[in-house]
Write a protein that binds this ligand. Sequence first.
Ligand code: NAD
Length: 380
Amino acid sequence: LTIGVPLEIFPGERRVAITPQNVALLLKKGVSRVLIQRGAGEGAQLLDDAYEKAGATLVDRDAIWSQSDIVLKVRSPHSEGAFNEIQALRQGSTVISFLYPLQNKPIVEALAARGVTAFAMDRIPRISRAQVFDALSSMANIAGYKAVLEASNHFGRFLTGQVTAAGKIPPSKVLVIGAGVAGLSAIASARRMGAIVRGFDTRPAVREQVQSLGAEFIEVDFQEDGAGQGGYAKEMSKEFIDAEMKLFMEQAKEVDIIITTALIPGRPAPKLITKEMVAAMKPGSVIVDLAAEAGGNCEATVPGKLSNYKDVTIIGYTDLPSRLPTQSSTLYSNNITKYLLSMAPQDKSFGIDFKDEVVRGSIVTLNGEIIPPAAPPAPP
Ligand code: NAD
């Protein structure tokens, strides 16, 4: 069995699907060959030498696509310029990557037409057993951390308070909207840097998690539980959204940094920060909109870009994990390698077990047949 890892072709993408350490693990577990495209790890400071020492075979792009039984990637296979990764896949081979099949129907159809098997890392059910494979959480954790660093880079003051000979400096105030994996990571990071942190979420169940990180959990005077199916957020009533936006208007005048992470699976991001709220912030304030890819939580966000509205910096980057490429490659590699090994690929049959909830949840095509999405897991 040959596993191949190409250089990611998405513009600006610096992550790589596998680290040298996991190459060695796959070989130890019985995979016969691991092919790495020359330079595939360079963007993440994982150099060819290290892959070679781990036992990988360094090859050019064509060899990856023509010889691999299983291709491991970060971004979904797609075409860039004249090169089409989907067409390059060998018929009957398997590809594992982020895929977002519901948002990328043409890619799913092209993978099926090519006669391949495809797994989406983003469709792995978020059950306890699958936590080690949960690349969405790994990337969200990194995005939350990096959001605080980006905010701090564009903010003109310390986050922490200090008493210095030159004067007393008050700590900065950070508001984090949405306390899922990314939001909690941002809260923890901003706390570690000494800021006063406030967290808000529609799911009251996260109150204790926010408080345990040393942040204040702010609430609206309106009863509605935002927990939907499987512990994910549901869309809130207009009354609740109005109430939370009133709270954010008051907060906007007070805080220095707002980090928004509010998402509802399968829906556009709720617009929670209006231009009026941005204008009410102090000059020099910063907003990081982690929901930018889903349209943004802030009206003034330009997805993918750093921009300004009035005197406020708005960070709408949609590639924060790729901006911490060594860390994100390491965690992604651990997730994808453990997932692959859980399917025992070294066994010649590469038995795809539909009774395995994780396999069933994440398989998108099987030998050219489109597999409909599995029913969501039952609530805990
Ligand atoms: P997400 O990225 O889909 O959403 C981010 C947060 O935004 C959520 O906490 C959500 O409640 C919040 N939100 C939605 N609408 C909002 C609004 N109008 N105002 C404020 N906040 C709003 O979430 P996620 O980080 O992927 O995690 C979602 C849930 O899944 C969490 O409960 C998390 O603990 C759970 N989870 C479980 C596992 C596991 O068991 N393996 C792994 C990861 C996450």
